[in-house]
Design a protein around this ligand. Structure first.
Ligand SMILES: NC(=O)c1ccc[n+]([C@@H]2O[C@H](COP(=O)([O-])OP(=O)(O)OC[C@H]3O[C@@H](n4cnc5c(N)ncnc54)[C@H](OP(=O)(O)O)[C@@H]3O)[C@@H](O)[C@H]2O)c1
Length: 312
């Protein structure tokens, strides 16, 4: 499979961002290995990628899976605490991964983080990401940290797809507060390209991955509503009530649709970059090209990670 070719390891090559990174690496002639909780997941890249299960329970096995790897592209993270999955465990697992990479002689880690992480944040996602970046900086391996804003596009898109699904299927679309807080969506192919470019950096780098358009969240929702051609009313709810509405929808679809912390992060305007955008694909143009397909079916995150394809 990987033969004599140089090998890179992409965590989550059969999942969302990781699959786009893996695809680009394969196209450029690199051998690709992956770590995943779903080694049996049916995926078009399966035959081209050497597959190992994450072994956060066994540091020696984790290190062996990284032997011979030039660059580790790390997408591993969790969106919310659920069953045995927690932010605390994800921080610890990330730390183990970085130290296993160092033991295995990995030359560089390209780490996918998030825009605006902060140790000071009261939001576990953003604070956890800052702690993981700190652990990476302590690992002794050269690193490139890529901080995306809000990722859209591709087969496994969740956010834009599910906004479109709600607009198509529900009697109304609720958004928290006045909706004027900004978002700056970045296409998943742009994120993958930025990650591959970042792998060629000299020294340690930290860069944002953000799209070319910044807009108010309410304008993004209105754009999607126009694209899918519904007249669904858009209503504004206080954040507390919005969390209740999101939980109710979650019960209906069997998913965690939006957490209270995600509502806070969205309303705090954290899904934007303050650097010149590196993304090229405009959200509006992508939406125009996908208006008939986006949101036709619901993308269920719980299902993906916990139900249909049992964790190894
Ligand atoms: N999606 C966005 O809009 C967005 C925005 C900004 C930053 N990011 C960051 O970009 C990175 C990749 O995000 P993504 O959306 O592309 O993630 P993803 O593909 O859904 O998952 C990435 C990796 O994490 C594992 N994983 C995800 N949820 C898990 C859970 N609950 N329990 C155990 N393992 C889990 C996946 O396991 P499997 O291989 O088994 O699937 C996969 O290996 C993350 O670091 C995320 O914080 C994402």
């Amino acid at each position: 499979m990987s033969g004599e070719r140089s090998i890179d390891l992409v965590t989550g090559a059969f999942s969302y961002t990781g699959s786009h990174i893996a695809e680009r690496l394969l196209e450029s002639g690199r051998g690709v290995r992956t770590l995943t909780f779903h080694p049996e997941r049916v995926h078009r890249l399966h035959a081209s990628v050497e597959t190992f299960a994450y072994r956060f329970d066994d540091p020696a096995a984790l290190t062996r899976s990284l032997e011979g790897v030039d660059t580790l592209y790390n997408t591993f993270w969790v969106r919310f605490d659920h069953r045995q999955t927690s932010f605390a465990n994800a921080i610890e697992s990330s730390r183990m991964l970085f130290f296993a990479a160092r033991s295995a002689g990995v030359k560089r880690i390209v780490h996918v983080s998030i825009a605006n992480p902060s140790i000071e944040s009261r939001l576990p996602y953003f604070r956890g990401k800052a702690l993981v970046e700190f652990a990476l900086a302590q690992s002794g391996v050269r690193y490139s940290i890529v901080r995306p804003t809000w990722i859209f596009g591709g087969e496994r898109d969740v956010l834009a797809n599910n906004i479109a699904w709600i607009l198509r299927r529900m009697p109304a679309f609720a958004l928290p507060g006045n909706g004027t807080y900004p978002v700056q969506p970045v296409h998943v192919d742009d994120v993958a390209r930025i990650c591959l470019d970042a792998a060629r950096s000299v020294g340690d780098v930290v860069i944002d991955a953000a799209g070319p358009e910044t807009m108010a969240f309410c304008d993004l929702v209105a754009l999607i509503r126009d694209a899918v051609g519904t007249r669904s009313p858009i209503i504004h709810l206080p954040p507390g009530l919005m969390a209740v509405a999101a939980s109710a929808l979650g019960l209906l679809v069997g998913d965690v649709v939006l957490t209270a912390e995600e509502i806070s992060g969205l309303m705090a305007g954290l899904l934007v970059s303050h650097a010149p955008p590196r993304g090229r694909i405009a959200f509006g143009q992508w939406l125009d090209e996908h208006r008939t397909s986006v949101g036709r079916s619901y993308a269920n995150e719980l299902h993906r990670h916990f139900v249909t394809e049992a964790a190894a």
